[in-house]
Design a protein around this ligand. Structure first.
Ligand code: GLC
Length: 654
């Protein structure tokens, strides 16, 4: 948009740019800057306009965008332009991701590179490499306490290794996702060290207070994230003799985004990683970016403005790069990280679908889809050019973040129901085969979350221990059912390393004093490559899971109805054990796929004539795309075996 105040400021800034920037041919940069400048100016002014140094900070901001553009490799710039032309490229069903730790998966970055073929064998073409930046040698929250945002932890490799891997991935048409931990730094970061040494410039990078007055005010309304291991939200630093805001662990210092210098530093870092070849940047803990007394300090409006500003600036330099919002918050809040009052996504193009993840687990415990169906019905439609990251497990705990109103509508009491779920997955509940552990139990609020590997949570560990073949098959069926739900829902499915071969809980973390108090490590395993080999031996657990997923991925990739264009309709079936939805091919109106999942341990039936009468489906010749077979039915009643799913097409495809 052309607007006179910002336009004349833009002209002034261009005059003030360093000569080495002014001399360059930056045609694409300037057209994008012109297009986004009014938005950038408005947001920056809203956040920092009251400061005397506003204009010089704006000049600095533009210099950062321009310098990173100049430093961007020609092939990355070509990718930017290609993606601008095919701007919906990431909504395609062809993408399937996996999150992994480079060290846990393959020792280090070169190891990971040499295992890319394994990922491709499964069908993975997007890899989220968990934090690999310099971090403290002791506890580092799995690398989420960063000590140097521009260097790689020597234990996993070097920048040269990363660049080589990113080039290799590009050749293989795989996407690279990297973390940028935008909310905090480790207390070993140079900024924290300088703040600690008394430098006021760097003390202003954090929230630092002389006494408890302000911290006490904040504490009145801020929840605790790690109540057992790091209670409260402030830590007293002995060297400074001051209090620092540390929402997560005591060694993770929260950054102060009311200081524009912090914003500019972090933008520079995002663009730095974009230039190392990251296709997607995962922005960690984005709900926490703005702090305000009297609030929970989560999901504040300014946190959204900061993300919009990051997006607008990053589009000028590296428009092909996408953002993932990691905001594990209430369902109505998560959706806002795509942006509000807009048509296309204007903050992050991708967001973790924590709501769906938690609802799927709820359905596993209750063996019905009442709350799952209700919770998804309450989920507002996404903006265009926005997509979900759908997952079953990840490196974090499972939080039971459903909406209380939905729990009530599904017929449960919210407090008792959450309690039941924690008991179920931690094996306290008698009939449960689950082997999870409670995480983040807060005695003050009664809250708890759940740790544990997928396989152990669904009962595989218990079944193997008691040599219960039926239990083993049931667990495998649940693993495949859950994956069938994330592969067909709409969005990018994100698998978690080790789940593809049924990796059980790993309790070796208890021997490491830096990990022992954080049981999320029980599901952050070291990959067992001998076990992975068993995927090649017929009849093993590993082969049954791996091949099931491999097939599912292949079918997903060739099913256009699974692309994500808000093309999903939930279907009311009257059978509470079934979760049923229709996916329509956005490019071919009469082509659709009916997704049916049975969460119960008994076979369930679905009356097909009800669906076709309501115009949902013409089921002349039903084929299950996954098995390639026609499923069993009696007259117009389709029978779905226990813990099984169907992807039903009404057109003969084979
Ligand atoms: C994110 C990460 C989690 C980490 C936290 C603090 O939620 O996923 O593992 O503990 O941020 O960085």
């Amino acid at each position: 948009m052309y607007e006179q105040v910002s336009h004349s400021l833009l002209n002034q800034i261009l005059d003030e740019l360093k000569p080495e920037i002014r001399k360059r041919d930056l045609r694409h940069f300037y057209t994008r800057l012109g297009a986004n400048f009014y938005a950038i100016y408005s947001l920056f002014h809203h956040l920092y306009g009251q400061r005397e140094d506003f204009t010089s900070q704006m000049v600095r901001l533009v210099e950062v965008m321009a310098s990173r553009y100049i430093a961007r490799d020609a092939d990355l710039k070509e990718t930017d332009i290609r993606r601008e032309k095919q701007h919906n490229w990431f909504l395609s069903q062809e993408w399937v991701g996996m999150a992994l730790y480079a060290d846990g998966f393959a020792g280090n970055l070169p190891g990971l590179r040499s295992h890319l073929r394994y990922l491709q064998e499964l069908g993975i073409n997007m890899v989220h490499v968990m934090p690999i930046l310099k971090c403290p040698k002791g506890a580092s929250d799995g690398g989420y306490a960063v000590s140097d945002f521009r260097d790689i932890d020597e234990r996993v490799g070097t920048l040269v290794d990363l660049r080589a891997m990113s080039k290799d991935m590009r050749r293989r048409e795989m996407l690279l996702t990297l973390d940028v931990v935008v909310n905090h730094t480790s207390d070993e970061h140079e900024w924290a060290q300088r703040a600690r040494a008394g430098d006021p410039r760097y003390q202003d990078y954090y929230y630092i207070f002389d006494n408890r007055d302000v911290p006490d005010m904040f504490e009145e309304t801020m929840p605790e994230i790690f109540p057992e291991t790091s209670p409260g939200n402030f830590t007293f630093d002995q060297t400074m003799g001051k209090w620092v805001m540390t929402v997560f662990n005591s060694y993770q210092w929260d950054l102060n985004y009311s200081n524009p210098a912090v914003f500019i530093e972090m933008l520079d870092i995002i663009l730095f990683w974009a230039n190392q070849g990251a296709d997607i940047v995962r922005l960690d803990a984005v709900a926490f970016l703005w702090k305000k007394i009297g609030t929970t300090c989560q999901n504040e409006r300014e946190a959204h403005l900061i993300l919009q500003l990051m997006k607008d600036c990053s589009q000028v330099t590296a428009p092909g790069v996408l953002f993932i919002a990691e905001a594990i918050v209430a369902p109505v809040e998560i959706i806002k990280y795509f942006g509000e009052d807009a048509i296309i996504a204007k903050e992050c193009e991708i967001a973790y679908n924590a709501t769906y993840m938690a609802l799927l687990w709820e359905a596993v415990a209750t063996k019905n889809a009442k709350l799952l169906d209700q919770g998804i019905r309450s989920l507002p439609d996404k903006l265009d050019r926005a997509t979900w990251l759908n997952y079953v497990r990840c490196h974090d705990d499972i939080g039971l973040g459903f909406d209380d109103a939905d729990i009530v509508k599904a017929g449960y009491d919210p407090y008792a129901h959450r309690r039941f779920l924690v008991d179920y997955f931690t094996g306290v509940y008698d009939a449960s085969p689950s082997r999870g552990q409670p995480f983040g139990r807060n005695d003050k609020t009664g809250d708890a979350r759940i740790s544990g590997s997928l396989a152990s949570l669904v009962g595989l560990e218990a079944a193997i221990e008691s040599a219960d073949e039926a239990g083993i098959q049931r667990s495998i069926d649940v693993i495949l059912l859950l994956h069938s739900m994330i592969m067909s829902f709409g969005g990018i499915p994100l698998l978690y390393y080790g789940d593809e071969i049924g990796t059980l809980n790993d309790c070796t973390f208890l021997q490491d004093e830096n990990k022992a108090r954080d049981n999320r490590w029980m599901h952050r395993p070291r990959m067992d490559w001998d076990k992975a080999e068993l995927r090649n031996r017929h009849g093993t657990v590993e082969q049954r899971i791996f091949e099931g997923l491999q097939k599912m991925i292949a079918v997903r990739k060739s099913t256009a109805a699974f692309a994500d264009y808000n093309n999903r309709t939930l279907i009311e079936t009257g059978n509470p054990h079934l979760f049923v939805f229709m996916r329509n091919n956005p490019f071919q109106l009469n082509e659709s796929v009916l997704v049916v999942g049975n969460f119960d341990s008994s076979p369930q039936s679905l009356t097909l004539s009800d669906l076709s009468n309501r115009g949902h489906f013409a089921f002349a010749q039903l084929t299950d795309l996954y098995s390639g077979e026609s499923p069993t039915h009696f007259k117009d009643q389709l029978v779905i075996p226990p813990f099984r799913f169907y992807w039903l097409s009404d057109q003969r495809r084979y």
